[in-house]
Design a protein around this ligand. Structure first.
Ligand SMILES: [Zn+2]
Length: 378
């Protein structure tokens, strides 16, 4: 379904769906509104629609090569820009993307999993002139798939005057079938010449009814009673990103949740956990959080094993305060080759000591859990 990930913004969906179906799209759109309303999400959803190869009315189909590539944000007709760190001195001619390749990939992976993610790279404050220079080179190439080419620019207001002037040429003479999607929470920082060449798409706070339905559909809301949900809804002020943060904050931090998410293949919940770790500024502290999770996972699984071998061994379990969940887990889940799983987890702990990226440790941990733990057939 088109614009599925977006919350509210019906005016925007109507406008863009009509334009796409009638093939009278503007060559540039400026999505703007208060941070957290989903400008980036809207741009990504439109991009998916444009890069789908299915026939009209069925886009995005979710199953064509175009959809697969755009879902992974790895499509030859797609270019996504966000602020990058300045180039080192003496490297002014280089492509800034080459200097931040790893960090960019990481942000794109997060975005691919969660269209609400706001890409951020440490030390990046601006969209650099050099980025626009390389974007123009890219825009001059022929379309790979033959339909649209899409450029998404996050934080468009982070372009300095020089970068904006460089972009202006692209807006004045857009290459055929190329659509520019600019996102900005403060469009007043953009030059009037840029703004006037884009079709404006404002985002509005989401009406209460719609936001409530959206919150109820989220996995974090399952543990909330109606009253608590109404309370969070009121605090959200019609802002879906804020609503999500509030929902996350209300989650009990139990390791069982982490394991359950991994096994029940709840990728959104996992990504949110990773984002929470990424937000921790102090690297040492972030490492400790992940190490703690792994240790807790190990103890939890040891408890499960103990109860599976001897249901009476209650006085020997460590998580006695979570006994009911533990028993439920032991009854419903089967752990295959637990010794090997334990070794794998120990290995992840050692990797963290050696400064391996936390993100990849967590992905591996999740995969290991999923591989070794299965639901017992009822
Ligand atoms: Zn498709």
């Amino acid at each position: 379904m088109a614009f599925e990930a977006l919350c509210g913004q019906d005016h925007l969906k109507k406008l863009l769906l009509r334009a796409e179906a009638g093939e009278h799209l503007a060559s540039a759109y400026l999505f703007h509104g208060e941070e957290g309303l989903g400008a980036g999400c809207a741009a990504l959803e439109l991009m998916r629609l444009l890069l789908c190869e299915a026939e009209e009315g069925k886009r995005p189909c979710g199953r064509c090569p175009g959809c697969f590539k755009s879902a992974a944000l790895d499509h030859p007709d797609l270019n996504i820009l966000f602020p990058l760190p300045s180039l080192p001195s003496g490297k002014a001619e280089d492509d800034p993307a080459d200097h931040s390749a790893g960090a960019i990939r990481e942000q794109l992976e997060l975005l691919a999993r969660d269209p609400w993610h706001a890409p951020k790279i440490t030390g990046a404050r601006q969209i650099l002139v050099a980025q626009i220079r390389f974007l123009k080179k890219w825009a001059a190439l022929r379309s790979y798939q033959g339909r649209y080419r899409v450029i998404v620019i996050y934080e468009a207001q982070a372009m300095g005057d020089q970068a904006q002037n460089a972009l202006l040429k692209l807006l004045e003479e857009p290459p055929p079938q190329t659509i520019l999607l600019l996102c900005a929470d403060r469009p007043d920082n953009l030059l009037p010449t840029i703004v006037s060449r884009c079709q404006q798409v404002p985002l509005w706070p989401v009406p209460e009814e719609q936001l409530r339905a959206w919150m109820q559909s989220r996995p974090e809301a399952l543990q909330l009673d109606a009253e608590a949900l109404e309370h969070l809804l009121a605090l959200s002020d019609g802002n879906p990103a804020r609503a999500r943060q509030l929902l996350e904050g209300s989650l009990p931090e139990a390791v069982a949740d982490f394991i359950a998410d991994a096994i029940l293949q709840n990728p959104k919940a996992i990504v949110e956990r990773m984002q929470a770790v990424e937000k921790i500024k102090d690297k040492e502290e972030a490492r400790e959080v992940v190490q703690q999770w792994i240790r807790q996972c190990r103890s939890w699984l040891q408890d499960v094993r103990l109860l599976q071998q001897d249901p009476q061994a209650i006085d020997r379990v460590r998580y006695r305060n979570e006994l009911e969940r533990l028993k439920g887990f032991a009854a419903k889940m089967a752990v295959r080759n637990p010794d090997l799983l334990d070794q794998k987890m120990e290995r992840q702990l050692r990797l963290i000591e050696r400064n391996v990226q936390l993100y990849s440790v967590m992905i591996t941990l999740m995969q290991d859990l999923r591989e070794h733990i299965t639901r017992e057939a009822a």
